[in-house]
Ligand binder design. Structure first.
Ligand SMILES: [Zn+2]
Length: 227
């Protein structure tokens, strides 16, 4: 008798489980960095930019957890809200806290330039205190953009006027080379030091045995001879 009752209930239980599986699969597990993340857009009345803004929003949702994990940003430092707004202003874009402000005219002239959103979003993830080492902050943002997403934008050669201290993709190329050749964790380590507010150029000497200018001379020499 007891066995029969148990069998009836376990059969019912099985039926309940399989029907609930069919109707409502469990919610998607998300990385901690995006749980509760809100990404909003504001075209500032330029409604023709809305499709572009929607694509930019998709980019942020896709890349935010990837970049947060790569730069090892503690969850408590990550903005929970990212706003993508458009303004009638000169230049390209800038980011402060969780607000990415993009120039309307730039998007109109360069609608293909979604990678710029990844660069700006990286600034939101970096969440560093104010830093005098802008070359490194911008170099890391372009490293994320061109080494993780848009390899076609990596510099083909290093010109005589190029210098890592100018930041952006040349600094990104230099960091990628140091990472590959001398110190596999250097970008995360430099990022962590910037976040703590303790970054010093000596970090490169400590991690590679060579100072930045020696590394740069080697990098430039190699780029010249291997072309
Ligand atoms: Zn930047």
């Amino acid at each position: 008798m007891k066995l029969a009752v148990f069998m009836i209930f376990s059969t019912l239980g099985l039926a309940w489980v399989s029907s609930s599986l069919a109707q409502a699969p469990p919610p998607l597990l998300q990385p901690v960095s995006v749980s509760g993340l809100k990404v909003t857009t504001d075209t500032g009345g330029f409604s023709h930019l809305q499709p572009w803004a929607d694509r930019a929003r998709e980019m942020v949702v896709l890349w935010y957890p990837v970049v947060a994990a790569y730069l090892d940003t503690p969850d408590a430092r990550l903005p929970r809200e990212i706003k993508i707004e458009f303004k009638d202003m000169p230049g390209v874009a800038h980011t402060a806290a969780g607000v990415i402000t993009i120039a309307k005219a730039w998007v109109e002239a360069h609608p293909e330039d979604l990678g710029m959103v990844l660069h700006e979003m990286t600034h939101a993830v970096q969440a560093y205190p104010p830093s005098k080492d802008g070359w490194l902050v911008e170099g890391i943002a372009d490293y994320i953009r061109f080494w993780m997403a848009e390899p076609a934008g990596q510099p083909k050669s290093i010109g005589i006027k190029d210098h890592y201290r100018k930041g952006y993709r040349v600094a990104g190329a230099f960091l990628a080379w140091i990472e590959q050749r001398h110190a596999p964790l250097i970008i995360r380590e430099a990022s962590a030091a910037l976040r703590r507010g303790t970054y010093d150029d000596k970090l490169f000497l400590e991690k590679t045995g060579k100072d930045l200018d020696t590394l740069w001379a080697e990098f430039v020499e190699e780029r010249r001879t291997t072309k």
